[in-house]
Design a protein around this ligand. Sequence first.
Ligand SMILES: [Zn+2]
Length: 119
Amino acid sequence: MTVCCPDCGFTTDNLPPTHKCPECGEFSHDWLIYDWEEFVAIKRRHIKYNVAILGALLINVLLALALQSSNAFQWFLTLLAIPAIISWLRCRRQLRARSAYKGHEAGVVFPWFSGLGGL
Ligand SMILES: [Zn+2]
């Protein structure tokens, strides 16, 4: 696994046991994973989740409209479209910006709705 120093961008296949960067001499507990292919696979998966969520929400809204629902929870669910759209757009932007890729954090594997990772 290739890892990347968050301070200077130095990449190596073996994380230094002391977490001290041999290039800039900084200690860091937040070495980034430097694997574009893995990053792309994760982001593509998240895009699929978001599309699935948006599809389900759309059906929910159409049903609510068709049934003239007064169920507040059903309408409340629609608010989930906001983080789903933000995440979806962000994933797409990141996939287009390979040159801006500087490694990713291990937590990026968790989609927004898991509550463990951010958008
Ligand atoms: Zn460094």
